[in-house]
Structures are given as structure tokens and as C-alpha cells.
Ligand binder design. Structure first.
Ligand code: NOJ
Length: 755
């Protein structure tokens, strides 16, 4: 028999307060005083002022999306003074935020403070690895600390709301935004999302160094067809409930204060206009108490989607569907008052949105001190703080993944004569990644600086340039595919060296929003450079710098050592150099599969079986003619300078249906290291087919040389069950396979039955 678990509905037990006219109003804060304060303020507000709270403008400096014609700063200031602006994004610095806050507080009728939003994605000034890289650490404490560091820096410059974490599950490396998420797995993604929310929001949202987080993009954005950004999303209900939604649910359960909707349509309905997503799932089933912000212009974009007739219609659809705040569409500020007066949007919908927004503002302490986040003293103290460099270095070291290490080529010997080749080796900007809006170019430690700090001898040749033309967040990057200047010198240097360290990959601005690719190889002239160097000296350590999985079958076949270092942030060069020389033992594991070639995308380990899984002896089984089905490097994969052995898998099914699993892990090497032990389940037969394997537990542990530890997991209905096609969480008795080991493809297996 199927058991039902009503996680969803239980969450929406809201206490009630009485409004002035005797009606009961929903309560969106657990704080004893805030709901009443919200009601008192709401009662004083005109309809225009209420709609104003639902309007968010881009600031006056940077744009992180296309500006509509109305995007003129003069209108915005006038609107701000009229009380028609509830939030501003992309305003930089304590001084600038303070001045806008002063206008909101001193020059508007009710003096309601602004909430300032910014994409504080993996740090503010000091940057940690891009989120996909950080996810490779599988270290929740390090990830939480990194988000805490980001909040301390961002809140010192007036920000009190970050548009992070992005909890979109991503299976397609063509999509540039894979760098901003935690990869392909919903279980890992949920844990990481929660760690980031905790780091940003801390224990006390009203503290001057914590900020509201935002789980985005609700929902399905990671499934853009063919990996092209902003494209259509068309997924089945099982994928929606079991893959896309769980990380959002986890962050809602962790009290994330805001959720951002997404640009995409989901089964034909733009997310911004989807009452199913924003009302039924998020607010009703899950009891989400915060507010929903649209993505940049996503209200307006319902027009080209073919869902709204015009901006007026877009405002009506979005407000009714539960999109509480409009980011840069100008839809609400222009049309919502008239829509309410015409009876097309009920005032109760407006009240509900405003209640949610005001609640977050009260919880941030903005009504007690609207300037608490705008302190030039704190700005001076915290930006690039030395303690933050340590936090960034720690997580950077933990995020590196060793992909290949034949004949223990790594770590390098200090006495070795090495040649370092590649423009990225001397790049102080690229390692900062794409989302670095608060930071400054040229502030990353380069690989060469990292080697200098260790005092190791090396000679450097840049090779051909990677990119040509200007580099900017909002413009297309141009690759150098023709100018081979530097190629010969690099090859000549390689010829003389014992070992060559080649630093190749993607430019930091080659990943992120609007940066989809159809070729996942090394861009520009880098593959040619690699092969030319190989021809004279095959002792190559390839250091990859990139923000997405790359397809590098040639490198895997020919090179003895490959180190995945992502875009590793401010401390990149130190982390890489220390790893190359064994002062850091790599412990990262891939959060996303690396394909053999782009034709395999989307590729992910937790797929369903087909009816013809094979391998067969004829052609009639599910396969490619030219490459195996498997990825080049699977999810969860990553080597170490240590070597870990797994033994004694034990599984005990308890009376109450919980299952205890343990395994013995031994470091059989002479160096200390950390290992991420991973547990995967397969539910053999279910009323909705289950994936061949799903991550349901992980544990990262440090091991001294020779040390052995028992690593234990407890599986409850939460791990054993799944969402049916109505979105109900169920658990079905039956036979399960469990695998515990070092990656999604390697471990010890057992089988158990649950009654
Ligand atoms: C659009 C992006 O999709 C979103 O993630 C970001 O937070 C906003 N722009 C604001 O910059």
C-alpha cells in the first residue's frame, strides 16, 4: 500500500491577526510584533503606495539586463519621491544606497525604506569559486561560510537582499548558467541551497551583516531547450516534482525570504504568469511566507512569449498569478492601480503582496534603522578583508577536482623544471568568473602569482591570446581563432622543460547569463596549442579553468594529469599552486557529468532506464553509434593523492521502516586526504519509474594516512519515497538497490526490501 506524506500542506499553518476592520489577515512572520506592525502600516497606505512597494527599479549605474525605454533615471527619482518604488537593484556602495534610502525615508509620505537587491552570487568583493565549482567541494560548512562572507561584505555596502542561491538543477553544459548552480543532482542541490540560505540569512535577519536570500529561478529555467538561455522549457510532471522543485522546497523549509520566478515558459505558461507555480505550489502547498520577485523584465516578456497582449495584460496576469514584485518591467507601476480600479485584480491580491514585502523589510530591521546596512566605516573594514581571503582560499582548495593522475604525475616535485603555458595562467580577472558585479577586475591571484608565492622555479609562455576585443558583462566575447602569435615560443619552451603545466579553458566571461555554447571543447586556439606542445613534450599537467563541464576526450586520452579548477575566485592562484605541489590534496567531486562530446547533452547520471538499456549485439538498443552512453567523467567523480578503499557494506532494515547503512572506508596511502562517500538508491519497481540511481546521502571525511573509519547513513521515508505525478510524496514498499562508494559509478552494492 502507498503511504502519503503531507509535508507540503502542513507548512501552511499560519497564525492570524485581526485587522482594523475585524477581518483576519495572514501572518507572514514568526516575530511577535511584526504582523501587527505590517497591518498598521498597510492600513495607512494608498493604493498607489501599495503598488509602489511592488515595483523594483534597476539603479542608476549597472544594468544586468536589457533596459526598457522607460529606464530613465529622472523618472525613477520622481517615482521614488512619490512612494512608487519599493526596491532598487544594482546600486553600489554605502554612499549611493544611503542617499536613495534617505529619499525613500525622508521625502516620501510614509517613509517606507527601500530594500536593496544585488546579485551577490559567490562573494561581493572577495570572491569564492563560481557556485558550480563550490558545489564540487561537497562541503556544506565551507559553502555556508562562503555565503556568510559574501553577506558580510555586501551588507557593508548597503545591500540587504541577494539574488542567490540559484537552485536550478542543470543537466546541459551548453547552458552558460550552469556555473551559477549546484549541478545536476536535486539532493546535493537542495543541501547546497540550504547551506547558502543559512550563510546569507544567518541566525538573525535583523543583524546588520545578514541579508535576505532569494531562491531562483522558479521554476524550470535550468531545463532551457538545447541549452540556449531563455529558451522554452517543456518537462514532464515527474521531472518537475522530483528534480526541479525539491531544492526550492528545501530552501523554503529553511525559511528563504524571497523567491525569483523565471524567464521561461513551463509547458506553455510563462513562470511569471503561472498561478500553478507561484500560488498553488509555492504559497499554498509549501506555505512560503516571503515574497516572489519577477526576474528582470519577465513580466513584460510575457508579450513576446505570446501569453500577454500588452504590458497592461502582463501586469494583470503576473499579479494574479502571485508575482509580488516586478523587476524592471514597469508593468505594475504603470498599470496595476487602474487594473484594481477596473476590478481585474482584487485589492486583496495587492494587500497580500505588500504584506509579504513589508514583512521582509521589518524582519531586516529596516524600520528600526533604515541606514543600518549603509556604513562607510564597515565598507572600509570588510571589503577584501584578510579573513575573507582565508575563507575564499579554503573553499577554493576544497573545490578542485583531480580528473586524471596517471603514474602519480601529481603532485609536482619542487625541484622539477616546469614550463607554464597559457594566457589564463597569467590572468587576474578570468578566475573571478562571470557574476562579479560587485568586485574589481584584476583582483584574483593568478596561477603565476600562486607559484611565485611558493617560490618554485618555472618559465612562462603565454601562447596565443584567448580572447580579442573588449571584455564586459553585457557584451559578447570574441575568441581569438586566427592570431597564432606566441604559439611557437610556447612550443619551444615546452621542449626544454621536464614537465609542462598548461592552464587552459574558458574565459570567466564565457559562462553565465546569455552565454550558451554549442561547442564544449577548449575554445579558440587552445586545442591546437595543446596538441603542438604535446608533440614535443607529452609530460603535461592540464589545469582546466572553466565554468561548465567541458568535452575534452583528446586530453583525457593523451595527457597523464588533469586538474579541474573552475573559475576559482579571488584566491585562485594560491589554491591551484598549492594543489599542484601537494600542499593541498584535492578532494572535490564533480557536481555535473562531463560529456565525451556535446552531442550527448543533456547527460546526467540519474536518468531513467529505457526499455532497451542494452548492451545488445544488434543495433536495437538505446545507444550511439559513435561514443558510449557514459560520460567522460561522471557525477560524483574525483581522484585524490590518497587512495581510499571501501569494505564491509552493511544494511539493516528496521521495524519502523528506516534503513541503516554503513561502510568502512580506509585511506590506504601515505598521505592525508578527504573523501566524499556517496550513497545511491535505486527503487526497482514503482508506480512512476524511478532513476537508475539517485544520490540519497553523502559524507565528507578527513583521513590520516592508513586511517579507517566507518561511515554511516540513515535512510527514512524522505530518502526512500518520491513525488507521484500529482505532486504527492509517497513511499512504496519494494526492493531497493543501494550503492555506497566514491562516485556515482563506483562503489559497493547491496539489496534490501522495504515493507
Ligand atoms: C537576470 C537574471 O536571470 C537573474 O538571475 C538576476 O538576479 C537578475 N537578472 C538581476 O540581475
Amino acid at each position: 500500500m502507498t503511504r502519503n506524506y503531507t509535508f507540503y500542506t502542513a507548512a501552511f499553518l499560519l497564525a492570524l491577526v485581526f485587522t482594523g476592520c475585524g477581518q483576519k489577515a495572514p501572518v507572514y512572520s514568526n516575530h511577535p510584533d511584526i504582523p501587527a506592525k505590517v497591518e498598521t502600516l498597510l492600513a495607512k497606505m494608498t493604493l498607489e503606495e501599495k503598488v509602489g512597494q511592488m515595483n523594483q527599479y534597476n539603479g542608476f549605474y549597472d544594468a544586468t539586463g536589457p533596459l526598457p525605454e522607460e529606464g530613465d533615471a529622472r523618472h525613477k527619482l520622481e517615482h521614488l519621491r512619490n512612494g512608487w518604488v519599493g526596491s532598487v537593484l544594482n546600486v553600489r556602495g554605502a554612499k549611493a544606497t544611503r542617499e536613495l534610502q534617505r529619499i525613500a525615508v525622508e521625502e516620501t509620505r510614509l517613509g517606507i525604506p527601500l530594500i536593496f537587491g544585488l546579485d551577490v552570487i559567490h562573494g561581493h568583493k572577495t570572491l569564492a569559486p563560481v557556485p558550480l565549482g563550490e558545489a564540487a567541494s561537497w562541503d556544506m560548512q565551507a559553502i555556508e561560510k562562503s555565503a556568510r562572507m559574501a553577506a558580510v561584505e555586501a551588507t557593508a555596502v548597503g545591500q540587504n537582499w541577494t539574488f542567490a542561491p540559484m537552485v536550478d538543477i542543470t543537466r546541459d553544459a551548453r547552458w552558460g548558467r550552469v556555473m551559477e548552480g549546484a549541478g545536476e543532482d536535486p539532493f546535493l542541490g537542495a543541501h547546497i541551497g540550504v547551506a547558502r540560505v543559512k550563510g546569507f540569512q544567518g541566525d538573525d535577519l535583523a543583524a546588520d551583516n545578514t541579508m535576505a536570500a532569494c531562491a531562483k529561478h522558479f521554476a524550470g529555467y535550468g531545463f532551457s531547450e538545447s541549452g540556449r538561455d531563455y529558451n522554452t522549457v517543456d518537462v514532464g510532471t515527474s521531472t518537475l516534482y522530483n528534480v526541479i522543485l525539491p531544492p526550492f522546497l528545501a530552501t523554503v523549509e529553511a525559511d528563504v525570504k524571497t523567491v525569483m520566478n523565471s524567464f521561461n515558459t513551463l509547458n506553455g505558461i510563462p513562470a511569471t504568469g503561472s498561478a500553478f507555480l507561484q500560488r498553488t505550489i509555492l504559497k499554498e502547498r509549501w506555505g512560503f511566507k516571503g515574497f516572489v520577485v519577477s526576474d528582470w523584465g519577465s513580466g513584460r516578456e510575457m508579450i513576446p512569449h505570446g501569453y500577454a497582449m500588452d504590458l497592461n495584460h502582463a501586469a494583470e496576469l503576473a499579479a494574479n498569478a502571485g508575482s509580488d514584485m516586478d523587476m524592471e518591467s514597469y508593468a505594475y507601476v504603470k498599470h496595476l492601480v487602474a487594473l484594481v480600479q477596473a476590478g481585474k485584480v482584487k485589492e486583496e491580491i495587492i494587500n497580500d503582496a505588500v504584506r509579504r514585502i513589508l514583512t521582509v523589510k521589518f524582519e531586516l530591521g529596516l524600520f528600526d534603522d533604515p541606514y543600518r546596512y549603509c556604513s562607510e566605516d564597515r565598507e572600509k573594514k570588510w571589503l577584501y578583508h584578510p579573513e575573507h581571503q582565508q575563507v575564499a582560499l579554503d573553499v577554493a582548495k576544497k573545490s578542485i577536482v583531480l580528473l586524471k593522475n596517471d603514474a602519480q604525475m601529481l603532485p609536482l616535485n619542487r625541484a622539477q623544471n616546469i614550463a607554464v603555458i597559457g594566457a589564463l595562467a597569467n590572468d587576474k580577472t578570468s578566475p573571478l568568473g562571470s557574476w562579479r558585479i560587485g568586485s574589481d577586475d584584476g583582483t584574483a591571484i593568478s596561477v603565476l602569482e600562486g607559484l611565485d608565492a611558493l617560490g618554485v622555479p618555472y618559465a612562462f609562455a603565454r601562447g596565443p591570446e584567448l580572447v580579442t576585443g573588449p571584455l564586459a558583462f553585457s557584451t559578447e566575447l570574441e575568441f581569438n581563432t586566427t592570431d597564432k602569435t606566441g604559439m611557437k615560443a610556447a612550443v619551444a619552451l615546452a621542449k626544454k622543460a621536464k614537465t609542462v603545466v598548461m592552464v587552459l579553458g574558458e574565459h570567466g566571461l564565457q559562462t553565465g547569463e546569455g552565454r550558451s555554447r554549442t561547442d564544449l571543447g577548449l575554445p579558440g586556439l587552445q586545442q591546437e596549442l595543446l596538441e603542438q606542445v604535446y608533440a614535443v613534450n607529452p609530460n603535461i599537467v592540464l589545469v582546466l579553468m572553466n565554468g561548465r563541464p567541458l568535452a575534452i576526450p583528446w586530453a583525457d586520452e593523451h595527457l597523464p594529469a588533469i586538474l579541474e579548477t573552475w573559475h576559482l575566485g579571488s584566491q585562485s592562484g594560491h589554491a591551484i599552486a598549492q594543489t599542484l605541489y601537494g600542499l593541498n590534496n584535492p578532494s572535490g567531486k564533480l557536481p555535473m557529468s562531463f560529456p565525451r562530446n556535446v552531442g550527448q547533452c543533456p547527460i546526467y547520471y540519474n536518468h531513467l532506464n529505457t526499455g532497451r538499456p542494452g548492451p545488445g549485439t544488434d543495433v536495437f538498443w538505446s545507444h550511439y553509434m559513435d561514443v558510449p552512453n557514459s560520460p567522460l567523467y561522471p557525477f560524483g567523480y574525483g581522484l585524490s593523492y590518497a587512495s581510499f578503499a571501501y569494505a564491509n557494506l552493511s544494511v539493516a532494515v528496521k521495524e519502523d521502516g528506516t534503513v541503516d547503512v554503513s561502510v568502512q572506508v580506509t585511506n590506504e596511502s601515505e598521505v592525508a586526504g578527504a573523501e566524499v562517500t556517496q550513497l545511491y538508491l535505486h527503487d526497482r519497481v514503482a508506480s512512476v519509474a524511478r532513476p537508475v540511481r539517485e544520490l540519497k546521502g553523502f559524507s565528507k571525511n578527513h583521513f590520516n594516512p592508513g586511517e579507517s573509519k566507518t561511515v554511516s547513513f540513515r535512510l527514512t521515508h524522505k530518502e526512500l519515497g518520491f513525488f507521484d505525478n500529482n505532486g504527492t510524496f509517497i513511499m512504496e514498499p519494494g526492493t531497493f538497490d543501494v550503492m555506497v562508494g566514491t562516485s556515482s559509478q563506483e562503489g559497493l552494492s547491496a539489496t534490501f526490501d522495504v515493507k
